[in-house]
Write a protein that binds this ligand. Structure first.
Ligand code: SF4
Length: 454
């Protein structure tokens, strides 16, 4: 049997490989294949991925519990009839929403699409979601906030090959996707790799020997560090004012929001030396610059604001949409981006269409040969549960106490609404309507910089 060209199934890098069959029970031989992302390289996960195919405990046939509770092999027709019967019984007794569907970022586009269609048409349930709900939701929300669209890495990874400076926040690519490191070679040779990580990770160590700089903020202060970098960019006249004027809105509000974060104030909060903050900000403004975020800074209580701050920094420098520069968020799973574009999220139909948009509902229903029902109320914006209502004052139906984006420090995107003079300078809630008298004083909501200082 000839070798099969395929890709490693595990992470977003999707390294190309070939599988050369061997006689059972030996696993196929994995051979790295030339491809723009991995150029023949694989990591340990890829090299060993084929072993799964011959693992002794691999499930290769359906198993069903007998009367004693023991799992015993059965045939597919019996297993599928059992599943269909259980689903039908649950829907009959408890309603369609008693059945939930949970997908994943490892599914192909086609499978993600089919899963969403199956949930909505065959099961009629609104309870569908996938693990990306947590994984990249902060980055997705920030992307939507700033650009109106969520795109993980909006350029080929090979674009990084010629970068002079890369600011990498919250991602340890040297361990999670080692072939990625080859794309950092030019930047390292130019001394321009900037890694933000509280740990001296394998990726942070790539900055040694003049290859760049490792910034080690106190855990949980990435947002402040980014605000400080933007402060320096603005104060030192490094912002691309023409780009901001022609291609963004709302930057005056952003400019005001970083007034308080001069480098020494940021050093007090983050532990990153002020001189390093200035040095990195100047380096970022030098051209051929990319800013990349990962889950380390996104999966955090301030994750959406942190990703937004990274985008604002990129916009201030004129990186987005300009040649040889940009902003991106590194996806993690095999199909993290595609998985969330094809309808396996509770609030989205295929093609990133909102499920509450009547035009989008009608369009998808027509493709599916279905008559759309009335849109249900949107999910609670606090906790994304499906009990609806909710608002700045809370979720009336589910009474959840989760914090909302309204009560967080507001770091508006380029398309953010204008600030309200009557809302709190720090937390943007109307419950604390006083603006502090100086940048380092705190507002009555007790969330001001001094209160939060370590
Ligand atoms: S970097 Fe990712 S895609 Fe490549 S071999 Fe490793 S796990 Fe697989």
């Amino acid at each position: 049997m000839p070798a099969a060209a395929t890709h490693c199934p595990y992470c977003a890098f999707q390294c190309a490989m070939s599988l050369e069959p061997r006689a059972a029970p030996a696993a196929p031989v994995v051979v790295g294949r030339d491809f723009p992302t991995n150029r023949g390289g694989l990591c340990k996960k890829g090299w060993t991925s084929a072993e799964l195919l011959v693992a002794r405990d691999r499930v290769v046939e359906p198993l069903m519990r007998d009367e004693s509770g023991r799992l015993v092999p059965t045939d597919w027709d019996t297993a599928l009839d059992r599943i269909a019967g259980c689903l039908a019984a649950s829907r009959r007794e408890h309603g369609a929403d008693s059945v939930a569907v949970f997908g994943g970022g490892g599914l192909t586009n086609e499978k993600a699409y089919l899963l969403g269609k199956f949930a909505r048409l065959a099961l009629g349930t609104s309870r569908i979601d996938y693990n990306g709900r947590f994984c990249m939701s902060s980055a997705a929300a920030a992307g939507n906030r700033a650009f109106g669209v969520d795109r993980g890495l909006p350029f080929p990874v090979t674009d990084l090959d010629d970068a002079e400076t890369i600011l990498l926040l919250g991602s340890n690519v040297a361990e999670t996707m080692p072939p990625f490191v080859a794309h950092l070679a030019h930047t390292r040779a130019a001394g321009g790799l900037v890694v933000v990580d509280p740990r001296r990770s394998a990726t942070a160590r790539l900055t040694a020997d003049g290859c760049g700089i490792h910034l080690q903020p106190v855990p949980g202060t990435d947002l402040v560090l980014l605000l400080g970098l933007l402060h320096v960019v603005i104060q030192e006249g490094l912002a691309d004012e023409g780009y901001l004027r022609d291609r963004t809105t709302g930057f005056e509000e952003v400019r005001r929001s970083v007034n308080a974060w001069w480098p020494e104030a940021v050093q007090a909060r983050t532990g990153v030396p002020a001189d390093d903050i200035r040095r990195v900000a100047r380096r970022l403004a030098g051209g051929r610059t990319y800013i990349l975020t990962g889950r380390g800074v996104e999966q955090h209580v301030d994750g959406t604001d942190t990703a937004t701050a990274a985008i604002n920094l990129a916009l201030a420098l004129g990186l987005v949409g300009s040649p040889a520069s940009g902003y991106g968020t590194l996806t993690g799973q095999g199909n993290g981006q595609g998985g969330r574009e094809h309808g396996q999220k509770a609030d989205q139909l295929p093609g990133y269409r909102s499920i509450s948009d009547p035009v989008a509902r009608a369009m998808v229903a027509e493709v599916w040969g279905w008559t759309p029902g009335p849109s249900r109320a949107p999910a609670c914006p606090r906790c994304s549960c499906s009990t609806r209502s909710g608002g700045p004052a809370g979720c009336a139906a589910c009474s959840c106490t989760a914090r909302t984006s309204w009560s967080r420090p507001r770091m508006p995107g380029a398309s953010a609404p204008p600030s309200s003079a009557s809302s709190c300078w720090w937390c943007a809630t109307s419950s604390s309507p006083r603006r502090p008298s100086s940048p380092m004083s705190c507002c009555p909501c007790r969330n001001g910089p001094r209160r939060r200082a370590p």
